[in-house]
Design a protein around this ligand. Structure first.
Ligand SMILES: Cc1cc2nc3c(=O)[nH]c(=O)nc-3n(C[C@H](O)[C@H](O)[C@H](O)COP(=O)(O)OP(=O)(O)OC[C@H]3O[C@@H](n4cnc5c(N)ncnc54)[C@H](O)[C@@H]3O)c2cc1C
Length: 293
């Protein structure tokens, strides 16, 4: 089922996984997914790597989930290192396997490179990929957005205009980059509204797993920790268990406020570890989430 249609019926809970480096890791990813199925997510998604074998694992896991038929799945797809024909080939394979949902992304530059350079004959931006998908396939299409602005963007106004272009080109809903201060998300919603973006915008939450991990992640993706959260994390720099519990507490509070505000869903960056997201979903209860009734 297209996620756009699910969103018409219910507010969604979704969980994002990443493919393992080695094929032997695939059963672990599927096991984590199975654990989280207890909380009845409305869909799961599998990220697309910068290249190499993990891309094949993204397809493999996506198709396995689709074949099990008890969980809706969304494949991530990026423009990195592939010509338009190659990207088209991936889309054809996903289509033939019955996958109905794609999140269309430009992707980050591969490790060791600072700037994004399109592959020869490749797409330059998600907007182009979205247009290609809309013109050639029937997939439901999602796209990324950035409450605090994209790292390469110097202008929040331009960023929102490109986000709008993603919607104009065919994105049916948006999922945000991680953020730790809900104010940033609410401000983004206001900007999006003013720009005429009228599709569901799902906040993405990443429960903190350790101080070092989250400082690395936030510096890479341009999101910030609140000063209070950063101070508390400093105390747990050598205590990952305590940092993880703090992460559960913070994400629960964020999710509670977001849910009360009427968000169309919440997307969890699971990082292939079920503990924190399980606890957060237990804490939330979410009586008006269809999967929980
Ligand atoms: C929900 C979510 C899922 C993600 N999944 C993955 C994944 O699976 N694999 C992965 O590698 N990365 C993933 N990412 C990260 C993403 O690939 C990076 O943030 C990347 O740097 C930008 O991708 P984009 O699709 O937003 O690109 P774009 O929309 O192309 O934006 C990139 C930059 O270009 C600007 N821009 C956008 N459109 C235009 C245009 N038409 N003309 C000129 N400038 C433009 C934007 O303002 C921005 O600064 C994900 C991010 C999110 C939020």
């Amino acid at each position: 089922m297209r996620i756009r249609d699910i969103l018409k019926e219910t507010r969604t809970i979704s969980c994002e996984f990443f493919p393992p480096r080695q094929a032997e890791g695939i059963p672990d990813v599927l096991r984590t997914m199975k654990t989280l199925k207890e909380y009845r997510p409305d869909f799961v998604s599998i990220t697309y790597g910068a290249g190499g074998s993990t891309r094949a694992f993204t397809e493999q896991i996506t198709l396995e989930v689709k074949a099990q038929a008890d969980l809706e799945v969304m494949a991530h797809l990026t423009c990195v290192g592939q010509s338009q024909e190659e990207v088209h080939g991936v889309l054809e394979r996903l289509d033939e396997a019955g996958v109905e949902n794609i999140i269309a992304l430009r992707g980050d530059p591969p490790r060791g490179q600072t700037d994004f350079v399109p592959a020869e004959g490749g797409f330059k931006h998600a907007t182009e990929l979205i247009e290609h998908i809309r013109s050639n396939f029937q997939f439901g299409i999602a796209a990324a957005c950035y409450p605090e602005g994209h790292t390469e963007s110097t202008d929040l106004g331009a960023d929102i205009e490109y986000t709008k272009l993603k919607v104009n080109n065919g994105a049916e809903f948006l999922i945000t980059q991680l953020f730790y201060d809900n104010r940033d998300f609410f401000d983004f919603l206001e900007r999006a509204d003013k720009a005429g973006i009228d599709v569901p915008i799902i906040p993405g939450l990443l429960p903190i797993l350790s101080t070092a991990q989250i400082r690395r992640f936030t510096s890479m993706c341009g999101a910030k920790l609140t000063p209070d959260l950063d101070r508390q994390l400093e105390k747990f720099a050598d205590d990952d268990d305590a940092a993880r519990e703090l992460g559960v507490e913070h994400a629960t509070k964020q999710a509670e406020e977001l849910w009360k505000s009427g968000v169309p869903g919440i997307h969890f960056y699971v990082l292939n570890k079920s503990y924190s997201v399980s606890k957060i979903l237990q804490n939330l209860g979410l009586p008006d989430h269809s999967g929980q009734q």
